[in-house]
Design a protein around this ligand. Sequence first.
Ligand SMILES: Nc1ncnc2c1ncn2[C@@H]1O[C@H](COP(=O)(O)OP(=O)(O)O)[C@@H](O)[C@H]1O
Ligand SMILES: N[C@@H](CC(=O)OP(=O)(O)O)C(=O)O
Length: 439
Amino acid sequence: MIKVVKFGGSSLANAEQFKKVGTIICSDEARRYVVPSAPGKRNSKDTKVTDMLYQCYDMAMAEEDFTKTLGEIEKRYMEIIKGLDLTMSLDKEFEQIAADFKAKKGSDYAASRGEYLNGLIMAEYLGYEFIDAKDVIFFDNNGVFDADKTDAVLAQKLKGIQKAVIPGFYGALENGEIKTFSRGGSDITGSIIAKAVKADIYENWTDVSGFLVSDPKIIKNPEVISTITYKELRELSYMGATVLHEDAIFPVRKEGIPINIRNTNSPEDPGTMIVKNTCLKPEYTITGIAGKKGFVAINIEKDMMNSEIGFGRKVLRVFEDNGISFEHMPSGIDTLTVFVHQDEFVEKEQSVLAGIDHVANPDSVDLESDLALIAVVGRGMRQTRGTAGRIFSALAHANVNVKMIDQGSSELNIIIGVSNKDFEAAIKAVYDIFVLSKL
Ligand SMILES: Nc1ncnc2c1ncn2[C@@H]1O[C@H](COP(=O)(O)OP(=O)(O)O)[C@@H](O)[C@H]1O
Ligand SMILES: N[C@@H](CC(=O)OP(=O)(O)O)C(=O)O
C-alpha cells in the first residue's frame, strides 16, 4: 500500500501544526511520500510565507533593501525549527536566497523557496529523504508542464526510495530555471507524485473536514460531501472552491487513483473521497455550489444574427486576438453574450469593442460589469425533474435577479449569473433549498 500525502500551508503554519502532521504521517507506514506546502496563515490576520516571499522579491526588483522582510521570513522558519527541537540551521540557505534575490533570479524562484525550506525541515523532522522538486518536476521552455518526462524521472527516482519529502508548487524549466504552478499548485505536485508511484490513494490534508457543499466563508458549517466524482470536483474547483487546485485531478484521473481530502486538525474525520465513478447516490439533489465574482458580460445585438454564418466565430476571434479567454457564451436569436473575467478585460476593453465593431458590425454592444457566476453541480441533477425550477424560485424568494442561465450539456451543472452584490445571498438561497430543506 502506498499513500502520497500533501499537507497545505494551514497544516504547516507553525511547529504545533508540524507536530500534528508528524503524528499523522507516523501513524501509517503507507504514508511514504510527503508533499509539503509553505507555511500558511497562523490566524486570519497572518500572511502566508509565499506572499511574504513575493513581497520581498518585489523589493529586491525595485532595488530596495529587503533584509528586514527576508529576516521576518527566516524568523518564521526558525520558530518552527525551534518548536520541533531540531538542531538544523538554514543560514546557508538564507544567504543563498539573499544573493539570488539580489541577482534577480525570478519571482517563481522566490516563491518556490517557501516550499523548498519547509521541505528541508519536514525531511529532517521525519527522517525522510529530501528530494528537490527541481530535479523531478519538469516544464518545457514555454512553461508548459512536461507530464511524460516528469513521470518517467519521478517513477525511476522514487522506485529506490522508501520514504521521501518532495516540496510542492514548483519544478524546473529545461534550462534549470525554477518555475512554479499557479497559486495553490502544491495540490498538483501531490497528484503528479501519486501518479508516478502508482499510489493507492492521494491524501490531501487541509484545515477543513473534506470538500464542503459550499464555501464555509459564505455558509456557516456547511455539510461535508462524503463522495464526489472527479468531474463534479473539477466543476466546483474551477468555479472557486479553493480547497483543491482545479488542475489537481488530471494526473490521478487517468490512473483512477482516489483523492481523500482530510483535516489535519481533526484526523479522525473520514473527509471526502474523490473518485472516478460511484454508484453511491448523492445525499442531496446537488453535490455542491461554488462561484466567483468579477465578470463582465458583453451583450451584442444584431438583427438576423443567426442567419449570418460565422458570426460567433468572428466575435470570439476578437477575444482570442486580444488574449482573453471567455467563460460562457449564452445566445438568443439576435443576441449573443460573452462572459469574461473583468480583470483580464478592462485594460483591453476599447481594443475588444473596436474589434467587434470592425468584424461583426453589430447593431449595438453594451457592457454589464461586476457580475458573479455561480455553479450548481451534481451528478444527481440529471435524474431529478424540476431542479432548475427550484433554483430559480429560491433565488426569486431571496430577491436575487438572475442575469444568465447556462446548463451544461452533461446536465452536471447549471451556471447562474447574478450581480456581485447578490453573490452570497444567491449561494445561501440555493444551499437552503437543497440542503436544509432537502428539496
Ligand atoms: N467547497 C469548499 N469546501 C471546503 N473548503 C472550501 C470550499 N470552498 C472554499 N474552501 C476554503 O478552502 C480552504 C482550504 O484550502 P486552502 O486554504 O488552499 O488550504 P491549504 O492551506 O490546506 O492548502 C478552507 O479553509 C475553506 O475556507
Ligand atoms: N504556497 C503556494 C502553493 C500552495 O499550494 O499552497 P497551499 O497548499 O497553502 O494552498 C501558495 O500559497 O499558492
